[in-house]
Design a protein around this ligand. Structure first.
Ligand SMILES: *[C@@H]1O[C@H](CO)[C@@H](O)[C@H](O)[C@H]1NC(C)=O
Ligand SMILES: *[C@@H]1O[C@H](CO)[C@@H](O)[C@H](O)[C@H]1NC(C)=O
Ligand SMILES: *[C@@H]1O[C@H](CO)[C@@H](O)[C@H](O)[C@H]1NC(C)=O
Ligand SMILES: *[C@@H]1O[C@H](CO)[C@@H](O)[C@H](O)[C@H]1NC(C)=O
Length: 177
């Protein structure tokens, strides 16, 4: 009986190692190709998902896209709360209103990216993810146009950007570009 436990242990150990290696390797490659993407952010975001254990690269892309959609949805709710916050002046509220629309629109865009990805249309998936990623830049630009405006979504934007950068890097690896 003892050898059976031992073999089971070895197999479990081996399969866990396999997917963690893939996450580490893919994140290393992605971070090396993009100075804005942190290796640690990439690994910890993926490892936080129970589905990533034993996942192949295609599944990791689907997981990342799902994570990005939850992120956009939760940033959207954060913005809704900021819109009724007295801290912000009229100009900032207008910017926040634009940001709300941008993040809200990024959800169906990312859903289209998932559809394209599942159909193995990597070019289309790439375009959709890039366009979702632009939401964060466009949102921030509004605040930058007026001196002295504090940009309240810095951390959220940065996370959202990095999640999209992970999807792009992994999709490009799969499409061999
Ligand atoms: C990194 O982020 C900066 C500032 O947001 C941006 O100007 C630059 O294009 C980004 N670089 C890449 C490779 O995405
Ligand atoms: C992504 O989310 C959808 C809808 O919530 C779910 O059906 C699907 O299984 C998820 N995929 C992965 C890889 O997590
Ligand atoms: C967005 O995702 C990142 C990585 O999974 C997470 O650390 C962060 O808390 C999320 N932010 C929001 C607002 O959901
Ligand atoms: C974003 O928030 C607005 C206002 O609360 C809401 O109308 C919209 O449906 C939300 N969008 C998403 C994708 O959750």
């Amino acid at each position: 009986m003892r050898w059976l436990f031992f073999i089971t242990f070895l197999m479990l150990f081996h399969s866990t190692m396999g997917s963690e290696d893939l996450i580490q390797l893919s994140c290393k490659k992605a971070a090396a190709g993009d100075p804005n993407l942190s290796f640690n952010f990439c690994v910890s975001s993926l490892e936080a998902s129970p589905r990533s254990h034993g996942a192949d690269l295609e599944q990791l892309v689907a997981i990342t896209l799902n994570l990005t959609i939850s992120n956009a949805t939760s940033i959207n709710s954060t913005i809704s709360r900021l819109l009724v916050d007295k801290r912000f002046d009229k100009y900032a509220k207008e910017c926040l209103q634009d940001c709300l629309e941008l993040y809200s629109d990024s959800v169906p865009t990312l859903q289209e990216a998932i559809g394209a990805f599942q159909a193995k249309d990597y070019d289309k998936a790439n375009i959709e993810v890039s366009s979702a990623m632009d939401a964060s830049t466009t949102c921030e630009d509004g605040f930058k146009e007026k001196r002295g405006e504090v940009y309240p979504l810095k951390k959220e934007n940065h996370n959202f950007c990095q999640l999209n950068a992970i999807s792009l890097a992994f999709i490009n690896t799969l499409s061999g570009t």
